[in-house]
Design a protein around this ligand. Sequence first.
Ligand code: MN
Length: 268
Amino acid sequence: MPTKINRRTALSGAAAGLALAGTRAEAQSAANTVAPLFPLPQTIIPIAGEERGFPVRRIYCIGRNYAAHSREMGSDPTREPPFFFQKPTDAIQFVAIGSVGEHPYPSLTKNYHHEVELVAALKSGGREIPVDQALDHVYGYAVGLDMTRRDLQREMGDQKKPWEIGKSFDHAAPIGPIHPVAKVGHPQKGAISLAVNGKVRQNADLSQMIWSVAEQIAHLSTAFELAAGDIIYSGTPENVGPVVKDDVLLCKIEGLPDMSIRIVAAQA
Ligand code: MN
């Protein structure tokens, strides 16, 4: 008499846990029963006034979210639904309050651009999050830079290829500390600006976002299951432009401390 083998009995241990796991959390806990071959550092952003930091799971970025910036990129801001891309988690470069972060000019580009952005950090997530509940998932906010190899981004766009090389490289996501909602609320209006060597280049208001942070979370959650640790770069206003070695960038968002970096020579 043949032995009846079903899927469940054919698998064992962690493999069974992985194969049969119904949720992401179950799958991860099964995977964690295997010891790592080498240590892998977790990306953690310090939180202002807190001992513990914010562990980063994913970095989402929205494109063309201020009308004037959308036009300068050659798009029509009135007809475009929101779209997103990701940066790798280890692209984070943390910059402490009152310091000037040394930011290496990246390889391959000859047109390296600044994009100052408000960043929202999630303490929880889910799928199909309604707009009116979206902000309940936000832990806090930070000042960030979506640094961009513009020439490579454009080249890839022209060829209908992914933006990866223009957006998702090492150090591409400078960020200041996260400020809890309990202290700074939900910034929805107020100045957002960036100066290079003391000269203001970008200067707009958070209220000019086409898609609010709440709408961004709602949209993202239709495409991805969001979770605690996800952060969202909420888009940059107009007048993005190039930086070169020795430039000092000063980023300001009303209600949050400034964030500053200096462009330094490429790393050997
Ligand atoms: Mn951006």
